[in-house]
Design a protein around this ligand. Structure first.
Ligand code: ATP
Ligand code: MG
Length: 266
């Protein structure tokens, strides 16, 4: 998983527990976000290193999606800083478009363009944003569709595919932009059970290849197989951070214990 990343942690001082110089790909410092009176992100300090796979888990409404959306600036924040690859998030224009391609995002609801074929869904961004020729974009897209196991669906419309296939197309579409980090927001929670694994398998493979990933999921099997670290959120705060093994077998906070007892009995 983290094969390509430098060893962690190698603190250069007591104040810098996880910070390896130059290794953080995504970093959030003292991030605050309100929706009206609701404080949805509180004092968020988080770094994700190159090649690291971070699983974010927590009850409904705890701020997991808002956190993901803030990282590619689908949501603005009130204060604090978010950096991707050492650069603060751009506010607008071309720099923002570049950020959006650096930070791939896969949503629960697939979000494919309904009136475009699978192949066109994957080639659109590379042609428009990366400036690839149509033929180069198609060749690369077919390779990606092959990789996620849906190359034989390239000419179809999204609605003609199963949910698991659509989600794998969504992953291919994000990868076509050559992202530095991939965000997954509950990518399997809208899927029928028999389709969950075909999506998780693609994600595990990506993790093995060294992709930096932030994954909101309650799939403990995935967390155990692929995550380097688990972050547990509640009420907009990071309550716990641990290895998957430690978190699932020995959660420290009452909130996490309570949450795990609920998801484990489902
Ligand atoms: N655009 C918005 N306007 C107002 N409130 C919002 C908005 N988006 C989210 N919220 C609220 O912010 C809080 C955090 O929402 P968020 O979607 O980040 O939670 P979540 O942890 O992803 O939950 P879930 O597990 O249900 O997806 C919730 O109370 C939600 O109702
Ligand atoms: Mg959510």
């Amino acid at each position: 998983m983290a094969d390509a990343s430098p060893p962690r942690p190698s603190p250069d001082g007591p104040e810098a527990p996880r910070q390896v110089a130059g290794a953080a790909l995504v970093s959030l410092r003292d991030v605050q976000k309100h929706f009206g009176d609701l404080h949805v992100l509180r004092d968020i300090d988080l770094t994700v290193d190159h090649g690291e796979v971070l699983v974010v888990i927590g009850p409904s409404g705890s701020g997991k999606s808002t956190l993901c959306r803030a990282i590619n600036r689908l949501e603005t924040i009130d204060s604090g800083t978010i950096e991707v690859d050492g650069e603060p998030l751009p506010e607008e224009g071309r720099a923002l478009a570049r950020l959006r391609s650096d930070v791939g995002m896969v949503f629960q609801s697939f979000n494919l363009f309904a009136h475009k074929t699978v192949l066109d869904n994957v080639t659109l961004g590379p042609i428009k944003v990366r400036g690839l020729s149509r033929s180069a974009a198609r060749a690369e897209a077919m390779g990606l569709l092959e990789r996620v196991g849906v190359a034989n669906q390239a000419g179809k419309l999204p609605a003609q595919l199963s949910g698991g296939q659509q989600q794998r197309v969504a992953i291919a579409r994000a990868l076509a932009m050559h992202p530095k980090v991939m965000l997954f927001d509950e990518p399997t929670s809208a899927l029928d059970p028999e389709m969950i694994n075909e999506v998780l398998d693609v994600m595990v493979q990506l993790a093995k290849e060294g992709m930096t990933m932030i994954v909101v999921t309650h799939e403990m099997g995935f967390a155990r197989r692929a995550a380097d670290r688990v972050v547990f959120m509640a009420d907009g705060q990071i309550v716990e951070e641990a290895s998957p093994e430690e978190f699932f077998t020995n959660p420290r906070s009452d909130r996490a214990k309570d949450f795990l007892s609920k998801i484990l009995t489902h």
